[in-house]
Design a protein around this ligand. Structure first.
Ligand code: SF4
Length: 279
């Protein structure tokens, strides 16, 4: 199907619920990048189900390939940019360590782990970082060269400029995942992880209604304040998690990398807790 065929099946109201600004953008994402057509709750699929389902796997494979090629191209581009940066002059504003005897390496903390970032390679806890998305995140952070330090002014993703299409992604890959994982567990589970995540308490006024909360410096200047509310079955309220960011966070990461960093935050939290449960 081409984008116009898909567009004609949407109500063309541009409501944004699919995470795209317009129905046309959604139609293009389905036709060209294999996005899930069912994400639009209003789309008319009558007579299309068989075609869509049979081509879905091919489209997903193609989209995966395109995304990976795009990621590696971006790694290459960022690595070249970063290779021209004087690490000594930016280490302080990134909260990173720097040593004049090894001037082309920065050391920094990433979700409670030690990163050694060189101009050609990145090591995380002594292992080379192989996932291009982690490399993009870390190179983007360094390429920002820093900005206004976090000052404790917390905001939600929805308050960041041009973030409408990212709110749903953040909810799906971070907040809902964390809420589902923490629900039913004792409240101390989150705070017990603070040592492994370099975490600390957030402002009590913001977290006063939450069941548990924790600030985690995903990167030294990119703290994220996680608030979790347990479900209340009596009044039918589901478990919920919300991640807040410092209002200057875009000085250090673009929106894409920011959402990815929150996704990694959720994955690491879940992984650490599972490891702890096994011990
Ligand atoms: S959810 Fe459907 S109707 Fe709303 S913008 Fe997306 S495609 Fe259009």
């Amino acid at each position: 199907m081409n984008p116009l065929e898909i567009l004609h099946r949407t109500p063309k109201t541009n409501c944004g619920e699919c995470g795209h600004l317009t129905c046309l953008a959604f139609a293009a994402a389905v036709a060209r990048a294999g996005a899930d057509i069912n994400v639009c709750p209003y789309i008319n699929l009558q007579g299309l189900e068989a075609t869509v389902l049979s081509s879905k796997k091919d489209m997903e494979d193609l989209a995966g390939q395109v995304a990976e090629e795009h990621d590696w191209a971006l790694v290459k581009y960022l690595r070249e940019k970063v290779s021209k940066v004087d690490f000594g002059s930016i280490a302080g504003s990134l909260g990173a360590g720097w040593n004049e005897h090894n001037p082309d390496v920065l050391s920094l903390r990433y979700l409670g782990q030690e990163v050694m970032l060189g101009k050609a390679e990145i090591f995380l806890s002594n292992d080379a970082v192989v996932d291009p998305r982690d490399q993009i995140l870390l190179y983007n952070y360094v390429h920002s060269c820093g900005g206004k330090k976090p000052d404790g002014t917390w905001i939600g993703m929805e308050s960041l400029p041009n973030s409408i299409s990212k709110i749903r992604t953040l909810a799906t890959y971070c907040e809902k995942k964390i809420a589902k994982f923490l629900s039913g567990k004792p409240a101390h589970v989150l705070t017990d992880l603070r040592g492994q995540l370099d975490g600390y308490d957030g402002p009590p006024d913001l977290g006063s209604t939450a069941t548990s909360s924790l600030v985690v410096p995903v990167l030294p200047m990119v703290p994220q304040y996680l608030l979790f509310w347990e479900e209340d079955t009596e009044v039918g309220i589901e478990a919920k998690a919300k991640v807040l960011f410092d209002h200057s966070v875009l000085d250090f990461l673009d929106l894409e990398s920011l959402v990815f960093s929150a996704e990694r935050f959720a994955e690491r939290l879940v992984q650490l807790e599972k490891n702890n449960e096994r011990q």
